[in-house]
Design a protein around this ligand. Structure first.
Ligand code: CAA
Length: 294
C-alpha cells in the first residue's frame, strides 16, 4: 500500500553514490547507515581535512566494531570501509545522485551549502536536508531548482530509531519525493510524509513535552520529579535523558523555533539556553554512562 501522500514509486531515481555534507556526529551516523544499507560509495566533506578525517575514521571504527561483533563478515567489512571516503575537494560530489547535509542548524548556512552543491552535482541529483525545525522552503529559496530539495529528518540514534520524516516542501516535485521514499525504504526505515511546518510532526509534539518539563523545573518543581512524571507512560527515555541525547543546544533550538512562530502555544526556556551555553549536565551518570541521579 502506498504511504499517505506518496507519489508513484516508479518515479524514484536510482542512487549510485551518496554525498554527505558535514562530517560531525550526525553526518558520521548517516554515512554508516547509507553504506550498510545502500552499499554504494559514500563521500563525506567538511570545512577542513581534520574534520573530514575524524568523520571518516569514526565510520571506519563503527564498521570495525560491527565486524568484531560478527555482524559483518571480513569481505563486507573491507568492502564497506573502502566505500566510505572523505574529501575537501567538492568536485568529488559531481557524480552523487543524493546529497544530504548535516551541517549547523541555521538557515543561512544550509542555504549556502545547497547553493554551492547545486553548482557541482548533476541537474537531476536529489538534495536532502536533515533540518529538524527550519523551513525546507526557506532553505531551498536560493536554489535554481528547489523542486529537487526535500526534508529528510532522522532521529537520534540514527542507527536505531525507525522513523524518517520526509518533508514535502511546496516546491518539492514527485520525482524528488518518490526518491526520498525509496531511499528511506532502502535504509529500512519507516517514512512518513509531512508538511513543511515548524517542527514537522514529531518535534512539534516533543517541543511541548520538553518545553513543559523545563517550565515545571523553572517554576519550582524538582528536576527529579519532573523527569520521572512520564514514567507510567513507558517511554524509553525520560525527558531530560532525551534532552541530553539530542544535545541541550539542539533542544533549546527546538523550543525557540516553535516559540517564535507560536509564542502563545510554545514555551521558550532561557534556563535551557543558559544550561546549553554552559555545557551543563542535567543528569548524573555512573561509570558506565547510565543515569544515576540529579
Ligand atoms: N548508536 C547506535 N546504536 C545504539 C545507540 C547509539 N547511540 N544506542 C543504542 N544503540 C543500540 C544498541 O547497540 C542496541 O542494539 P542491539 O539490540 O542490536 O544490540 C539497541 O540500540 C538497544 O540499546 P541498549 O539495550 O543499550 O539500550 P536501550 O534498550 O536503553 O535503548 C535507545 C537505547 C534505543 C536509545 C532507547 O533508549 C530509545 O529508544 N530512546 C529514545 C530515543 C528517542 O526518542 N530519540 C528521538 C530523539 S528526538 C530527535 O532525534 C529529533 C530531533 O530533531 C531533536
Amino acid at each position: 500500500k502506498r504511504p499517505a501522500g506518496a507519489p508513484d514509486k516508479e518515479l524514484a531515481r536510482k542512487i549510485t553514490k551518496v554525498g554527505i555534507v558535514g562530517a560531525g556526529l550526525m553526518a558520521s551516523q548517516f554515512a554508516l547507515l547509507f553504506v550498510r544499507r545502500l552499499q554504494v560509495p559514500v563521500v563525506m566533506t567538511d570545512l577542513d581535512q581534520a574534520r573530514v578525517d575524524k568523520g571518516v575514521a569514526s565510520v571506519h571504527e563503527e564498521l570495525d566494531k560491527l565486524a568484531e561483533k560478527g555482524r559483518l563478515d571480513s569481505d563486507n567489512h573491507s568492502r564497506l570501509k573502502a566505500l566510505v571516503t572523505g574529501t575537501t575537494d567538492r568536485s568529488q560530489f559531481a557524480d552523487c545522485d543524493w546529497v544530504i547535509e548535516a551541517v549547523f542548524e541555521e538557515v543561512g548556512v544550509k542555504q549556502q551549502v545547497f547553493a554551492d552543491f547545486e553548482d557541482i552535482v548533476a541537474e537531476d541529483a536529489v538534495l536532502a536536508t536533515n533540518t529538524s525545525s527550519l523551513s525546507v522552503e526557506e532553505i531551498g529559496s536560493k536554489l535554481r531548482h528547489p523542486e529537487r530539495l526535500v526534508g529528510f529528518h532522522f532521529f537520534n540514534p540514527v542507527a536505531v530509531m525507525p522513523l524518517i520524516e520526509v518533508v514535502n516542501a511546496p516546491a518539492t516535485n514527485d520525482v524528488t519525493l518518490a526518491t526520498a521514499m525509496a531511499v528511506a525504504k532502502d535504509l529500512k526505515k519507516t517514512a512518513v510524509i509531512t508538511r513543511d511546518r515548524p517542527g514537522f510532526v514529531v518535534n512539534r509534539i516533543l517541543a511541548k513535552v520538553l518545553g513543559e518539563a523545563m517550565h515545571a523545573v523553572e517554576t519550582g518543581t524538582p528536576i527529579s520529579v519532573v523527569d520521572h512524571a512520564l514514567d507510567p507512560v513507558g517511554l524509553p527515555m525520560t525527558p531530560f535523558e532525551l534532552l541530553e541525547l539530542v544535545g541541550l543546544k539542539v533542544g533549546a533550538h527546538v523550543l525557540e523555533s516553535h516559540h517564535a512562530p507560536f509564542p502563545d502555544r510554545f514555551f521558550e526556556s532561557e534556563h535551557l539556553n543558559a544550561l546549553a551555553d554552559a555545557n551543563a549536565k542535567l543528569i548524573k551518570r555512573d561509570g558506565k554512562g547510565r543515569p544515576g541521579g540529579y
